[in-house]
Design a protein around this ligand. Structure first.
Ligand SMILES: Nc1nc2c(ncn2[C@@H]2O[C@H](COP(=O)(O)OP(=O)(O)OP(=O)(O)O)[C@@H](O)[C@H]2O)c(=O)[nH]1
Ligand SMILES: [Mg+2]
Length: 443
């Protein structure tokens, strides 16, 4: 897998991801034979790293892109003994960023960075025996991740038509951040829905709630949010027993071109100092908890996000709740299952959880890895492509449309060459995505 990190968020997230992966490679699962640990570490290393430097550090298979130097320089300065980036893979301008403006990133900065970036990607593709896919890390709210990221997802699709392009897109807090974030997100989602094969969406607000409600970290910072996103990404992409490469992930989770947006739910979220308490949870509790994340609000129930709450044990809950319709779900479990704590995932096979046009074979996949992730006894992640995603996307479209009808900030986009037609095409595309997802629950 080649990772391309765009802008502040993409670069900070990528740095945190490689640190997590590297420490997972170094950790040992004492319940398993040395040989199994070794095989896991070898295969994880091959997926994310391309060798060892003269100084003995793992060399990340990653390209860093930004339109200002601040973040990338800071990342480089962080002392880190186990891994590093290839200095030639820094594609960074001395400018002042893309000013939270998708048009500036997409139409001006992206083309300026084109040759240098494509050259770096080509070299990485040559170095890898077999490049499984490209993972793009970015936030949709600023100017670089969104605009430059969108420029490159389109360009990479053209240059590498057979490579799997996977997005990992961070959606902004719903209020109080960047004034133009809804335009930028709209324009980014329109490009990603067209050019990437699947896009994993992470909502800053939802993950921040996990930090405050579950981990009781009321002062959670972006760094803490990144840590949770990285655990989710590692849970999806670290090796599993029946190897899962980027293209098989896409064919399992995005089997239909109108439904490319997925999210990753995971359990448990444990504050670092209380592992012993949580380890008493059995597999079936984790699986039930993940299933609760698929519940939908009904007229009679105000329903919070199950991932930000403890597992509900109330049996009457089960019968009174409805579940959203999924296109497909992948359950990935990590850690040993024993006879007295078997891992049974029939709950996810129920027909009524899925739209009726998806075949039984395609709707649910369970993948397992005996080797613990981050030395956690049990960890389960659900990659889910379901109707719920229409809610955050709809909110973004609605806010962007309100701004658009008031012509707010439009001149800032037009001055870099973005036209009203481009906006309208993006609105139409994303509205269509929202509509398709919303209608899943209606059939
Ligand atoms: N989860 C997470 N979100 C981040 C991080 N850094 C920034 N963000 C979010 O990203 C959005 C702002 O985008 P940035 O990534 O800072 O912008 P950029 O891509 O560098 O674009 P410009 O600075 O405009 O050139 C806001 O919604 C922030 O909350 C991070 O490290 N982690
Ligand atoms: Mg920036």
């Amino acid at each position: 897998m080649l990772t391309i990190q765009f802008g502040q968020c993409g670069n900070q997230l990528g740095h945190s991801l490689y640190s997590s992966l590297s420490s997972d490679i170094d950790s040992r699962d004492k319940t398993l034979p040395r040989e199994l640990n070794y095989r896991y570490s070898e295969s994880a290393f091959e997926r994310w790293f391309e060798g060892i430097t003269k100084e003995g550090k793992r060399l990340a298979r990653a390209i860093l892109i930004d339109t200002e130097q601040k973040v990338i320089k800071k990342i480089f300065k962080q002392p880190n003994s186990k891994w590093t980036y290839r200095p030639q893979n820094l594609v960074c301008q001395a400018g002042g960023g893309s000013a939270n403006n998708w048009a500036y990133g997409y139409l001006i900065k992206g083309p300026q960075l084109k040759e240098e970036t494509l050259e770096a990607v080509r070299k990485e593709a040559e170095r890898a025996d077999r490049l499984g896919g490209i993972l793009l890390l970015l936030s949709s709210a600023g100017g670089t991740g969104s605009g430059v990221g969108s420029h490159f997802v389109e360009l990479l699709r053209e240059e590498f038509p057979t490579k799997t392009l996977l997005g990992s897109t961070v959606l902004p807090f719903t209020s109080g951040e960047v004034g133009t974030q809804n335009y930028n997100t709209l324009l980014t989602l329109a490009k990603f829905s067209e050019f990437c094969d699947a896009d994993l969406l992470f909502e800053n607000e939802q993950i921040h709630s996990i930090c405050t409600s579950v981990l009781k970290n009321v002062e959670a910072k972006l760094k803490d949010i990144n840590e949770i996103i990285c655990r989710k990404l590692a849970a999806v992409f670290q090796p599993v027993e029946n190897s899962l490469d980027a293209s098989s992930l896409v064919s399992l989770i995005a089997p239909h071109p109108s439904f490319k947006f997925a999210s990753v739910k995971s359990v448990p979220h444990i504050a670092l100092n209380c592992t012993a308490y949580e380890s008493s949870y059995k597999w079936h509790s984790h699986i039930r908890h993940l299933k609760q994340t698929l519940r939908v609000r009904s007229l009679h129930h105000e329903l919070g996000d199950a991932e930000t709450k403890k597992l509900s044990h109330n049996p009457s809950d089960a019968s009174s709740h409805k579940y959203c319709k999924s296109v497909s779900n992948i359950l990935i479990t990590r850690g040993t299952s024993l006879a007295k704590d078997p891992l049974i995932c029939d709950d996810f096979k129920r027909r009524d959880l899925y739209v009726d046009w998806i075949s039984e074979a395609d709707r649910f996949t369970h993948l397992n890895q005996e080797r613990q992730l981050f030395s956690e006894e049990k960890f389960a992640a659900l990659v889910t492509n379901n109707s719920q995603i229409h809610r955050p996307l709809d909110l973004i479209v609605e806010k962007a449309w309100k701004m658009y009808t008031n012509a707010a900030f439009l001149h800032q986009y037009k001055k870099f060459g973005l036209e009203e037609d481009d906006f309208l095409t993006s609105f139409a595309k994303v509205e269509n995505v929202v509509k398709s997802y919303r209608e899943l629950d209606q059939n």
